[in-house]
Design a protein around this ligand. Structure first.
Ligand SMILES: Cc1cc2nc3c(=O)[nH]c(=O)nc-3n(C[C@H](O)[C@H](O)[C@H](O)COP(=O)(O)OP(=O)(O)OC[C@H]3O[C@@H](n4cnc5c(N)ncnc54)[C@H](O)[C@@H]3O)c2cc1C
Length: 397
């Protein structure tokens, strides 16, 4: 059988894309294929679970536009389909006086992006988060938390209910582009399709290259490690407490997140993973590491940012250093309050010149589209990314 469209990858971006394509083209034969045994096994199931409001992003960028819309669409999806979520708001905290100009800038950025925020004094901050340090803060009421694996499971149900197919344990190993159709080669045989979209997360550059399209960047995997607060210490955090982002590395910054199951996570840091899907310190792939070290873009990035890299690495090995970072935001936390929690791995798209691609990025081939970069807040904005891809699929069809 020939499919009209195949989506590769059942993370939240692939599933939201399938969901949106199906909405636009209800009669088309649609298939989602995923190499793992179920949805959200990689980034979509190993993240902070935050509905980001969009205050940080460059005005006019896809991230800024989509995150703002997602503040409405993600809670609406969860509400309609019975997935757990909570628009609990968050605070971004200035701990020292020298951080106040950065807090002002963030407030101005939020205004540019038309995201409502409220400036809090130290006292007002402690009315909301009694244990937080800080002399001032921004309260962002539209931020929240969601059960993203739950969103993924629900999307799978909806796709199947509407006549689409989803195949697990089905890895695309090769792509053959013919004159009229593409063939996706998998261990269980070739799959013929008129059009396909790759949403491969940590494998996105490899899938793009398989389709004969030059990826704009190489994916470098960065592990994000977390601690969790022991049940007795959960009282220290009500909702979401964030530090001010470093403008050069907005994705860095250990924060406190109340997860949808009531746990409080603290993290993540960002250290080079020695394997694309390397969730543990000991996970190592010689082949993958040789490719990373042999990539000029990685070497340039490492040369430019080695200081931050060393700091993150140190914090990975030193529980004490991690704790000190946490104590900046919640001074009462002690070593007895925390225990390690499962890590996630981020797909960082690094260009040959060593710079990182910040915005969402989608490339096109003759019969294909490729989500080449879908970093945070792509879980929040997945419905919007899916809609954007579906619009372009419609043009191609
Ligand atoms: C530590 C961490 C914290 C984060 N926190 C947040 C947050 O709080 N809020 C937020 O909005 N975002 C957050 N993010 C970002 C968010 O999780 C990701 O941007 C999003 O999940 C990306 O979804 P995806 O579908 O593109 O990728 P993934 O979820 O990684 O899915 C890609 C899928 O493609 C499959 N695949 C790959 N290659 C093949 C192949 N050859 N054949 C078949 N299948 C294949 C993989 O198995 C995988 O299931 C965080 C990310 C990390 C790592």
């Amino acid at each position: 059988m020939r499919y009209d469209i195949v989506i590769v990858g059942a993370g939240i971006v692939g599933l939201a894309t399938a969901y949106q394509v199906q909405k636009r083209h209800p009669g088309k034969r649609l298939l989602v294929i995923e190499k793992e045994r179920g949805p959200a096994i990689h980034q979509s199931g190993h993240n902070s679970g935050v509905i980001h409001s969009g205050i940080y992003y460059t005005p006019g960028s896809l991230k800024a536009r989509f995150a703002k819309q997602a503040g409405i669409s993600m809670p609406a999806f969860c509400e309609e389909h019975g997935v757990r979520y909570d628009v609990c708001g968050k605070v971004v905290v200035a701990v020292e006086a020298q951080e106040l100009p950065r807090l002002d800038k963030l407030q101005a950025r939020a205004a540019e992006n038309q995201i409502p925020v409220r400036r809090l004094s130290g006292e007002e901050l402690r009315e909301r988060e009694p244990h937080a340090a800080g002399i001032a803060a921004l309260e962002v009421p539209t931020a929240g938390i969601a059960d993203y694996p739950g969103v993924c499971r629900k999307m799978v149900q909806l796709i199947e209910l509407n006549g689409g197919e989803v195949r697990w344990n089905c890895r695309v190993q090769q792509v053959k582009i013919g004159s009229e159709v593409a063939q996706l080669i998998t261990p269980s045989g070739p799959i013929e399709t008129t059009l396909f979209v790759t949403c491969g997360g940590l494998q996105s550059d490899l899938l793009t290259a398989m389709a004969g399209v030059a990826p704009p960047a190489r994916i470098i995997p960065f592990r994000g490690e977390y601690y969790t607060l022991k049940p007795d210490a959960r009282r220290l955090v009500n909702h979401l407490i964030y530090p001010l982002p470093n403008p050069a590395f907005p994705f860095l910054g250990v924060h406190f997140t109340r997860m949808i199951n009531g746990e409080i996570h603290a993290g993540p840091n960002a250290v080079l993973a020695f394997k694309r899907e390397g969730y543990h310190r000991t996970d190592f792939s010689m082949t993958e590491m040789c490719k990373v070290l042999g990539y000029a873009g990685f070497r340039k990035m490492a040369k430019a940012h080695w200081r931050e890299g060393m700091h993150e690495q140190y914090r990975s090995f030193s529980r004490h250093a991690f704790l000190k970072t946490l104590q900046r935001l919640i001074p009462e936390i002690t070593d007895a309050d925390i225990e390690p929690a499962p890590a996630g791995v981020r797909a960082m798209a690094v260009k040959p010149d060593g710079s990182m691609i910040d915005d969402f990025l989608i490339s096109e081939g003759r019969f294909s589209m490729h989500v080449c970069n879908a970093p945070s807040p792509a879980a929040t904005a997945s419905i919007e990314i899916g809609e954007y891809v579906a619009e372009r699929v419609a043009e191609k069809m």
